[in-house]
Ligand binder design. Structure first.
Ligand code: BGC
Length: 891
């Protein structure tokens, strides 16, 4: 139909200045201390299309502690603005940098203002820069978990207030630092979870303002954390990385006269001491027990009498394995207030049992006002995701991870939040307090620091709520590593979950640093175990103690790097992860049957997981799906081969390119021969089978694609609005329907509210996406399966279709150099908008349907091209700027 007008407004009319904005280095979220790179790549965004021959003047003010600053100006081409090579001399350990950028003309005159400065600082690069040792308790601790936790302290003298001071902090276990009684930073669960046998993160803090002339005290709370706490399911495993915890703390003080002093943890100068503290035990999953009677007032302040404390002992760790993070720390992100507090049981009880509803299921911790308590009084907090139909807290689904905190009062009024545990919950049952009101509760939401970069909204409130829930499940599970769930005794870096969710999350948040960091561990674990383990970091657990190749889960080694690359266009990172991707594809090539099908079962009880959690599978056997496991495994493997082929092409690996191309063809041939009948019907006549073959482009003949699309649409039409796919098929059903011209069925399935469906969960009051379609049954009872979480992101992968097809925004070229605006209207939606901050600036689309007219507003960032592809309208290309388009006489 007729495309009536394209009004291209000049961006120049909207912005006053031609500017550079959003200056950044590598994939850090802005100003940052302790970076991991000595030559960080630089990126920025332009607000306007550039005049010919514009250049960029970069001004770097750099300073090594102990010396004067110098300023260097360099002019670079304006053509490239994303991940440009560091144009200066490499940074040295500890070096401070302030970078600005400005557009200039050929003759050097300014074309726009100097952009906001970016502050960053190098971490400690060399092994020898780490002077601190890990130090901890020097007494024999008992062998199991749940040990009484120690405090560590030291004091130091400053001749004057410092000009600059940094604390380099790491731990085997977990640590929270205090200086002169004040907590350092906003981070939690420091230093985060890495494969500690290979690497541990060291975080840098600016503590200049914490220190004073004269005596200063440094205090450290130590916890078990992932290092030696109990990890995982089937009873879990404790002490996996070691059985002794320790802090590594290096304080570097620079005075006004540029002299530098170092204070560093060690077991030989007799200045570092330790004793048992008030945390009686703390487990990430099971909860924390705190005995306020053991508090020592002023323990992290100068002048405290630590005569009774013991000298610390060193915990050996190779300093070559201490790393600077490439991601943000786990932090307190948001504060929430309860939406409901009510006593249950006998109202006449002096101390009733309280149920508190935080209104939102997520990863959070309560900070509770402990008031009107006598010494020895005990307050307990039990955190759960949902309530049973009778209103009691649902603890069964948590399995061993009971999320149970306990506080023993010393009789004083106090606010308390646990330190070394984390909870996934919406409701908390509190006992032991007589009166409780909203004023007594702060609730803090935690996850790794990440920049939100995607938004989505429509005229359909239920869909908006679904999208919001998907974002909450994502946030809840991006806590140091990408986990499956944040509540029960699991919380592992399950590779399959992120394999399926990666395209969705790269749109919502800038998680490049986060997932690149995790991929470092995937590579370590792959090398160690000879395959990609089920979850990373890997720990041996029950029936999952021996890693074996598992389709989808192992395919994360290819799919996650590929999603990151499509978002960022970062060829250098792709080159770093390339060996990992090859290793997976090469390994599985050895398991194929002669016809190219992946038949071999992994050698653990469930075999392949296939379309895991297919809604037809019985609660106690989530792997018993309708779709053949070999079909699913071969489809994902074929996609991995294809993605690897694209990687080889981009990285110019000619030999690999040929090898992987013929491997991909071989596997796809096998797939077609074995699973696709002459009549186009597949051996598994399921939504999952058709969706995978369409979305992964596996069908050889065009007529098979048409037939597969029709058959998929037929199956959806005849499913009574019920979703029929598990983890494997779910991300691809709606895209496959749209791709083959069946938007009607895609919308019908998405907007269905029957069980199982996405909106069923919303209708049931879900505030997150669930692990099982029916984690809660229509009558409010909980699914009897052992695996019943209310906070898994995998099924939320449908948001990818919402962004690309309802909103209509999708990258075509890596790094969004070219992207598509192609909304498919349907489902009675009259308006939708979505935006995404690409590496080159914000792209967005917003559309409204008014009877026969469709109005679109599109923003195209500088450095990108937008292809508008609206059904029944001629395809057009838009250049950077704001565009209003009206399409008349749609039908
Ligand atoms: C996890 C999943 C995971 C699966 C694989 C579950 O217990 O929660 O998300 O991918 O196991 O078996």
């Amino acid at each position: 139909m007729a495309l009536s007008t394209i009004n291209k407004e000049s961006l120049l009319s909207q912005h006053d200045d031609l500017s550079i904005v959003d200056l950044r280095i590598e994939h850090y979220a802005g100003n940052v201390l302790g970076i991991a790179y000595n030559a960080p790549r630089v990126s920025w965004t332009y607000t306007h299309d550039l005049p010919d021959k514009a250049k960029v003047r970069l001004l770097l003010r750099r300073r090594m502690p102990g010396s004067e600053a110098e300023t260097i100006a360099i002019t670079v081409s304006s053509k490239k603005s994303v991940l440009i090579e560091w144009p200066f001399e490499p940074l040295k350990s500890r070096e401070e940098a302030v970078l600005t950028a400005q557009l200039i003309a050929q003759d050097g005159t300014a074309l726009g203002p100097v952009c906001d400065p970016l502050y960053f600082e190098a971490g400690l690069f060399e092994e020898s820069a780490h002077k601190a040792d890990f130090v901890g308790p020097s007494w024999p601790e008992f062998e199991s978990d749940h040990r009484h936790l120690p405090l560590v302290r030291t004091e130091t003298n400053l001749k004057e207030p410092p000009r600059r001071a940094r604390l380099y902090l790491s731990a085997l276990g977990m640590v929270e630092a205090e200086i002169n009684g004040v907590k350092v930073g906003n981070d939690a669960l420091t230093p985060g979870w890495t494969v500690y046998s290979n690497r541990v993160e060291c975080w840098t803090y600016d503590v200049t303002d914490f220190l004073v002339e004269g005596r200063n005290a440094l205090g450290f709370w130590l916890g078990d954390g992932w290092y030696r706490g109990r990890l995982g399911f089937d009873g879990g495993i404790a002490n996996y990385y070691g059985n002794r915890i320790g802090v590594s703390a290096q304080l570097e003080i620079e005075y006004g006269d540029h002299t530098i002093e170092y204070v560093y943890s060690n077991a030989w100068d007799r200045n570092w001491k330790t004793t048992l503290g008030p945390i009686v035990c703390s487990d990430l999953y099971e909860g924390e027990h705190y005995d306020a009677r053991l508090q020592m007032a002023g323990w992290s302040q100068p002048g405290f009498d630590d005569d009774g404390w013991s000298p610390v002992a060193e915990v050996p760790y190779d300093p070559a394995h201490i790393e600077n993070p490439e991601m943000g720390a786990v932090q307190k992100m948001e504060q929430r207030a309860p939406v409901m507090i009510k006593p249950i049981g006998d109202a006449a009880d002096a101390k009733p049992v309280w149920i508190v509803d935080m209104g939102q299921n997520c990863t959070q911790r309560i900070r509770l006002h402990m008031h009107d308590l006598r010494k020895d009084d005990v307050v307990t907090l039990h955190h759960v995701e949902v309530l049973e139909p009778d209103g009691s807290i649902a603890t069964r689904t948590l399995r061993r991870g009971q999320q149970y905190d306990q506080y023993i009062s010393n009789g004083e009024d106090a606010w308390w939040e646990p330190r070394f545990t984390m909870h996934g919950f919406r409701y908390v049952q509190i006992e032991g307090i007589a009166n409780l009101s909203e004023k007594d509760i702060d609730c803090h939401v935690y996850h790794s620091e990440m920049k939100p970069i995607g938004s989505f909204e429509t005229s359909n409130d239920l869909l908006n709520k679904l999208h919001e829930n998907i974002v909450w499940s994502m946030r809840s599970n991006f806590v140091s590593i990408p986990t499956d769930c944040p509540q029960r005794d699991e919380r592992m870096g399950w590779t399959g979950d992120i394999c399926l969710f990666a395209p969705t999350v790269t749109y919502l948040y800038d998680i490049q640093g986060f997932l690149n960091s995790w991929l470092t561990d995937v590579a370590y674990e792959r090398d160690k175990w000879g395959t990609v383990p089920y979850f990373i970091p890997f720990v041996p657990l029950g029936g999952w103690s021996h890693p074996d190749a598992l389709a989808i889960w192992g395919d994360a080694a290819v799919a996650v790097p590929w999603s990151l690359f499509m978002e960022s266009g970062d060829t250098e990172k792709l080159a770093t992860t390339y060996a990992l991707s090859c290793a997976w594809v090469d390994e599985v090539a050895g398991y194929l049957s002669p016809d190219g099908v992946w038949d071999r079962r992994p050698s653990f009880s469930l075999g392949q997981l296939g379309d895991w959690l297919d809604p037809s599978a019985p609660p106690d056997n989530p792997a018993q799906a309708m779709t053949q496991k070999e079909l699913v495994a071969t489809a994902f493997y074929a996609r991995s081969c294809r993605q690897l082929t694209q990687m080889a092409q981009i990285l110019k690996k000619e030999e690999d390119l040929q090898r992987y191309t013929s491997l991909a063809e071989h596997v796809i041939d096998g797939f077609n021969r074995r699973f696709v009948g002459r009549d186009g019907l597949m051996t598994s006549d399921t939504q999952c089978a058709y969706a995978l073959s369409i979305e992964f482009d596996l069908l050889r003949r065009f007529e098979d694609v048409i037939r597969a699309g029709n058959r998929l649409a037929y199956l959806v039409d005849h499913s009574d609005g019920k979703v029929c796919t598990g983890f494997a098929g779910t991300p691809y059903v709606l895209p496959a329907l749209s791709k083959t011209g069946h938007d009607k069925q895609a919308y019908a399935l998405l907007e269905s509210t029957v069980c199982p469906s996405w909106l069923y969960q919303v209708k049931m009051g879900g505030t997150t996406t669930w692990e099982r379609w029916d984690s809660m049954k229509p009558d409010g009872s909980l699914n009897p399966g052992g695996m019943t979480s209310f906070n898994h992101y995998a099924l939320g992968s449908v948001a990818n279709w919402m962004h690309t097809t309802i909103g209509g925004l999708e990258a075509i070229e890596p790094g969004w150099r070219e992207f598509r605006v192609a909304p498919h209207m349907g489902g009675g939606i009259t308006h939708a908008s979505t935006s995404h901050i690409t590496p080159r600036g914000e792209a967005s689309v917003s559309w409204h349907c008014r009877k026969e007219v469709l109005d679109l507003h599109i923003e195209v960032p500088v450095g990108t091209t937008c292809v508008v592809d609206i059904p029944s309208v001629e395809c057009s290309r838009l250049s950077p700027g704001s565009h209003d388009i009206s399409v008349h006489d749609r039908n």
